[in-house]
Ligand binder design. Structure first.
Ligand SMILES: Cc1cc2nc3c(=O)[nH]c(=O)nc-3n(C[C@H](O)[C@H](O)[C@H](O)COP(=O)(O)O)c2cc1C
Length: 173
């Protein structure tokens, strides 16, 4: 399994999965060999030359599968395997303040893993649909009354992945 990039993702409502699909497709278009997998199903990273981790923010935390992934694969991630990450994300106004808040939340989470030094970190817009909220979120009136939104900017996501392909080239045989 040489010259491979793994795109591993976590997603509760599917929006991050769709972003991971787009990132994987863009990296493939750049000529990279890419596997796409749910983070919680990844057993070993041996044989990969780089990883891209994508997971949403929920209640100021990065998705628990992403945090678990970092702990589980600490040895190889701190041993020089290049890793890039993206996290969704803003779902209300999409203004600078909301973006900065999501960014600060992710920074705070990553600060707990000082040994982890990703080559790229990106906050991406998220998607929200009050009609699809499940327990316990469907019990919160403040959330139920929020309008549906989709702040994913596909052009920006593809541009980020395009850049990443260039950035990862030196790591690939
Ligand atoms: C209950 C709930 C809490 C959320 N909390 C945050 C948060 O703390 N910070 C943030 O940036 N986005 C937050 N979001 C937005 C999600 O990250 C966004 O909806 C994302 O697209 C969800 O990804 P998924 O569809 O892959 O599960 C929250 C969304 C919901 C429904």
């Amino acid at each position: 399994m040489d010259n491979k990039v793994l795109v591993a993702y976590a997603s509760k409502y599917g929006s991050t999965q769709e972003i991971a699909d787009a990132v994987a497709a863009t990296l493939r278009d750049s000529g990279l060999a890419v596997d796409l997998q749910l983070m919680r199903e990844v057993q070993i990273l041996d044989g990969y030359n780089a990883v891209v981790l994508g997971a949403p923010l929920y209640m100021f935390r990065w998705h628990k599968d992403a945090l678990r992934f970092l702990s589980q694969h600490r040895k190889i991630l701190s041993g020089g395997l290049p890793a890039a990450i993206f996290a969704g994300g803003p779902i209300t106004t999409g203004d600078e303040k909301e973006w900065q808040e999501s960014c600060a939340q992710l920074d705070q989470e990553l600060a707990k893993y000082p040994w982890f030094t990703p080559v790229a970190v990106e906050i991406v817009g998220g998607r929200f649909d009050p009609a699809k909220l499940r327990f316990p979120w469907n019990l919160l009136p403040a959330l139920k009354q929020m309008p549906a939104s989709d702040l994913r900017d596909w052009a920006a996501i593809r541009a980020w992945a395009d850049n990443l392909a260039v950035q990862l080239q030196p790591a690939l045989p």
